[in-house]
Design a protein around this ligand. Structure first.
Ligand SMILES: Cc1ncc(COP(=O)(O)O)c(C=O)c1O
Length: 425
């Protein structure tokens, strides 16, 4: 006769441990069950001890620099210099120094940074702007809002960044600018893109919203930060970005004095002298409180980048032998700052994997599930499904795992073990 003692009622955390006692005292069986139960208990205990896994852990990051951030914010509050206060100027100067760029023009967000750049360049309705079909919508959105013509081109399969050959083929007499996007945190081939721009007399506006801190290495051995290479560079300080504030924020970078002066007018209602508006501008400012947060975080940006790279190294190593996964390509001319850790699945049931991970409390995202040319609002008779095969293939197969500065080895191991368990099922 078998007697089952269900221990689940004695476990406060709903642990379904079933200990089986055989009255004939089959010791082997007892040991097997005890072994299994212990194993289960240890892995369960580990899981409940583990920090919750987040796509981005802003709370953990904040806690480490809480006193600095709090006093920086309080300084603004007590001074009441909420708009264009000293915190904004201080951050602007420090960022110029960090990037090695002559001018940083803060603004309200990365989308605005792109828009005011195009306005400051004086682009006119009908001018063509070449950009990638595989990016966040903001890049094309501002082109469309200004009644410019977005000309989309495909990306490279490995870097997921804009293809230089495709740019060359897309240039027409109406082309005025190229907007390379540094997707997920590494540079596009900027030496080639700048050469192309020079050949055809085009502006280059870098969409460095995902790549702040990333370096580009030129053939002559010099390097520049992304965003400081083209005529204008744009970034976003959205909270989840590598340098994120506690709300919205953005900036434009340039080495051109005239463009910088123009940008400062455009972001301020087209106004150089108060209440005299020489041109149509917008209201796009970085709040002093956000600048105060960013100025503290800027000091840690390289540490944050290193933490992201360390997490990416862990993932790469764990997935190195999985034939179903392509780990992020590291372009040798750039330092990848891993805004996202994005894998390409080969024959992977992506939806199945995402649900499997979600059941274990592991977030997993798709950046981006729909290419720009197939987005409802951007449907255009010039483009159809199949036009950008690399972009379409990537949209169908990429997925991004948690990536931030606070991931520890236990979490990374749990994530990678879980992904591999699903793939090996
Ligand atoms: C590639 C890219 N461009 C532009 C933006 C727009 O930045 P923001 O959200 O600050 O407007 C983002 C932000 O998500 C982005 O990832």
């Amino acid at each position: 006769m078998m007697k089952h003692i269900n221990l689940s009622t004695h476990q406060p955390l709903n642990l379904n441990l079933v200990l089986v006692l055989d009255l004939d005292l089959d010791l082997d069986l007892v040991f097997i069950h005890l072994y299994k139960a212990t194993h289960l208990f240890i892995s369960f205990a580990k899981k409940i001890r583990m920090k919750p896994i987040r796509m981005v852990d802003l709370q953990g990051q904040y806690e480490k620099i809480k006193s600095e951030i709090d006093s920086s914010i309080m300084e603004v509050v007590t001074s009441t210099a909420f708009i264009n206060g000293p915190a904004v100027q201080r951050f602007q100067k420090n960022l110029e120094q960090y990037l090695g760029v002559k001018h940083v023009i803060p603004c309200a967000n990365g989308t605005d940074a792109l828009q005011v750049s195009m306005m400051a360049l004086g682009l006119q309705p009908g001018d063509e702007v070449i950009t990638t079909s595989f990016t966040f919508i903001a890049t094309a959105e501002v082109i469309a809002l200004l009644h410019l013509t977005p000309v989309l081109v495909d990306v490279e399969k490995d870097t997921m960044n804009i293809s230089v050959d495709a740019i060359r083929k897309a240039i027409t007499p109406k082309t005025k600018a190229i907007v390379p996007v540094y997707l997920f945190g590494q540079s596009a081939p900027m030496e080639e893109i700048m050469a192309l721009a020079k050949e055809f007399n085009l502006y280059v506006i870098e969409d460095a919203c995902q790549s702040i801190g990333s370096d580009y290495y030129f053939a002559d051995g010099t390097s520049k930060k992304t965003g400081a290479i083209g005529h204008l560079g744009c970034t976003s300080f959205f909270p989840s970005k590598n340098l994120g504030c506690y709300g919205d924020g953005g900036a434009v970078f340039t080495n051109d004095d005239d463009l910088a002066a123009k940008l400062r007018v455009v972001v301020n209602h087209g106004m150089k002298v108060r209440y005299y508006h020489d041109e149509i501008g917008v209201n796009s400012r970085l709040d002093s409180i956000q600048a105060a947060v960013l100025d503290v975080k800027l000091k840690y940006l390289d540490d944050y980048i290193n933490a992201r790279i360390a997490a990416a190294d862990f993932y790469d190593k764990a997935f190195a032998n999985s034939p179903k996964l392509i780990t992020p390509f590291r372009y040798k001319k750039s330092r990848h700052v891993f805004h996202q850790y994005t894998l390409i699945g080969q024959g992977v049931n992506r939806d199945g994997l995402i649900s499997f991970l979600q059941e274990r409390g592991i977030p997993c995202m798709i950046y981006y599930p729909v290419p720009l040319h197939l987005q409802k609002a951007y449907l255009d008779p010039r483009y159809k499904q199949g036009d950008f095969p690399n972009t379409e293939w990537l949209s169908e197969n990429v997925f991004s795992l948690p990536m931030h500065t606070e991931l520890d080895e236990e979490q990374l191991k749990f994530i990678t073990d879980s992904v591999l368990e699903f793939l090996n099922k």
